[in-house]
Design a protein around this ligand. Sequence first.
Ligand SMILES: C[S@@+](CC[C@H](N)C(=O)[O-])C[C@H]1O[C@@H](n2cnc3c(N)ncnc32)[C@H](O)[C@@H]1O
Length: 221
Amino acid sequence: MADVKNPPLTPELYAYVLAHNPPLDPVQRALVETTHALFPADAIKQVPEEQSALLAFLVRLTGARRILEVGTFTGLSALAMAQALPDGGKLLTLDISEEWTAHAREAWAKAGVTDRVELRIGPALDSLRALPAEPHLDLAFLDANKDGYIGYWEEIVPRLRPGGLLAVDNVLFSGQVADPSVTAGPGMDVRVFNEHVAADGRMESVMLTVADGLTLARRTA
Ligand SMILES: C[S@@+](CC[C@H](N)C(=O)[O-])C[C@H]1O[C@@H](n2cnc3c(N)ncnc32)[C@H](O)[C@@H]1O
């Protein structure tokens, strides 16, 4: 019997989902197209459009004013979140690539959000350790190198305000997390990370089957 609770995401069903979600705005659409044209092999790194809509929704839902992102790439997720910030809100995003993030800067300028976005280039762990130690983040989005996830989590959690939200991307890693033949590499890194999250008593977490898997975690202690 078909598992009606988890219908396979056929191209038709995916198109249906997109048709019932907020569409990308012209700057977001152009950024997706530019990313695919310039970096065809890496464009898969970009959050899919339903996820950019979800991130913007979460910013509005939580009323977040201080956002941190680890993993900028060409800037779509940062753009969607920055556009959803209230007046006076700020987003800090971290990456190591000048080349990819140059396109992010361009898109943020076109969208008129440059004043609310700060990009820091360098290894994310160093940038995170340089942040104020006290809880000041309302929302964080983790979407970078998988072998760094546990270190990033450990730097971000104490900096979240009580009730602050941490969203983590790729927690299914194309299904590799549940494939016993995968014993090394990023799929294994994410599997170990997911155990770390599940065991963290400071956070209440739910793992969702959105795109490549998204964990939403809320600071409770
Ligand atoms: C999956 S992409 C981020 C996608 C982005 N959120 C978007 O929606 O377009 C991951 C990013 O992590 C960055 N990255 C990889 N290792 C890093 C590190 N050690 N420190 C900071 N950023 C890193 C890569 O340069 C890449 O841009």
